[in-house]
Design a protein around this ligand. Structure first.
Ligand code: BGC
Length: 364
């Protein structure tokens, strides 16, 4: 392993030097410490907000920062982390692309005495992660399923008994969160499927079947198109469980292509997550029923608090020490709350809190 570490160090030395030069432009003084921020992608706007919030809040407090996006390529994220290690960061904040792929590079971080915080997504199968800061991911799934019941008017939100046709979509199987979202949702939906209120006409259930690799909208759209032509030529789909606004928009595109979104064939109830600009616009348009709002500014603030406590040698704020098992140990975690957002409260939750500006939306 020492040999591998030495090779990695040499390979990343040049990149690291370049990065540390860039980091000088980026820094907020650096007296407080040096933080490497590895985000997974810019293809979903939430990660851009996460990265910017972290960087801004850290710089305000006198930290030097390096922010990099892996653009959903696992090998690129690993080499970005290697470069941050070579650049001499004190702390790594990582939202992983593949939560199980970081073991070797985090051994390198541990050898350099760098503390690692898993940001939003748990880093799996390694002892070399110290803390996890996230939202209550199981609760996200519960909220998504409840939004479907709310839209359908099923108890506890109404008296409708169905049967309603529902299809299920999961997130990316390399992201531990995807399983928690699905488990949370199914804890609500399974009993209703068992008693016949909800019918999965395709029979497709379980993360191994309904997962969407890379959280790709095109993948969800293609699967929804396939479900519609195979199972819904003579029936209507009434609800679709979707774990993320990006996937919901792919699903909605497939539904539109099959003639949904008219008076004769209204939109099914579709769930979402992240309160993305496109997601909120779809709520305004009446296409998406609801999203789960996770305020990334608060997540960044929680990570910054952790970082300051770690570097000051103080007590690191955690509020969950039993749930997040990464297959090696239970990672001490700080969980934040989530908010259901639909057509009735998007202005109060999203505009009035300045998460998005009203100017970016087209209001009919
Ligand atoms: C995050 C979600 C996000 C998804 C896709 C998950 O790990 O928790 O907020 O929708 O990744 O980017």
């Amino acid at each position: 392993m020492k040999k591998i570490i030495a090779i990695l160090l040499v390979v990343t030395l040049i990149a690291g030097l370049t990065l540390s030069l860039t980091a000088c432009d980026n820094n907020g003084g650096g007296d407080a410490g040096h933080v490497g921020i590895a985000m997974p992608t810019q293809s979903s706007p939430r990660w851009i907000s996460d990265g910017n919030s972290l960087q801004d809040q850290l710089r305000e407090r006198g930290f030097e920062t390096i922010l990099q996006f892996g653009e959903d390529v696992v090998a690129d994220q690993i080499s970005q982390i290697e470069s941050m290690i070579v650049a001499g960061v004190d702390i790594l904040v990582i939202a992983s692309i593949d939560g199980s792929a970081l073991g070797p590079v985090l051994e390198l971080a541990a050898a350099e005495g760098i503390t690692v915080i898993a940001y939003d997504r748990l880093i799996m199968d390694t002892p070399n992660v110290s803390y996890y800061v996230t939202f209550d991911n199981f609760a996200v799934g519960v909220m998504q399923a409840n939004s479907l019941l709310m839209g359908l008017g099923v108890a506890p939100f109404g008296n409708a008994t169905g049967p309603f046709n529902i299809e299920l979509f999961g997130g990316s199987p390399d992201d531990n969160n995807a399983f928690l979202f699905y488990e949370g949702a199914m804890s609500v939906l399974d009993p209703l499927i068992a008693n016949g209120t909800l019918v999965v006409r395709s029979g497709e259930m379980g993360m191994d079947i309904v997962g969407t690799l890379g959280w790709r909208a095109e993948g969800a759209q293609a699967r929804m198109e396939n479900l519609l032509v195979t199972h819904y030529t003579d029936a209507r789909v009434d609800a679709v469980l979707s774990p993320y606004d990006g996937l919901s928009l792919g699903i909605i595109a497939a539904l539109r292509g099959a003639g949904y979104g008219t008076d004769a064939q209204p939109w099914p109830i579709v769930s979402g997550q992240d309160a993305t600009q496109a997601g909120i616009q779809a709520i305004i348009n009446g296409e998406l029923f609801a999203t789960v709002f996770k305020d990334t500014r608060d997540l960044a603030a929680a990570a910054v608090e952790m970082i300051e406590a770690i570097l000051a040698g103080g007590t690191v704020p955690v509020n969950d020490t039993t749930t997040y098992d990464n297959n090696v140990f239970i990672v001490p975690s700080y969980l934040l709350d989530i908010v259901h957002v639909d057509a009735t409260n998007w202005r109060a939750e999203i505009i009035d809190t300045d998460y998005h500006s009203i100017d970016v939306f087209v209001i009919p």
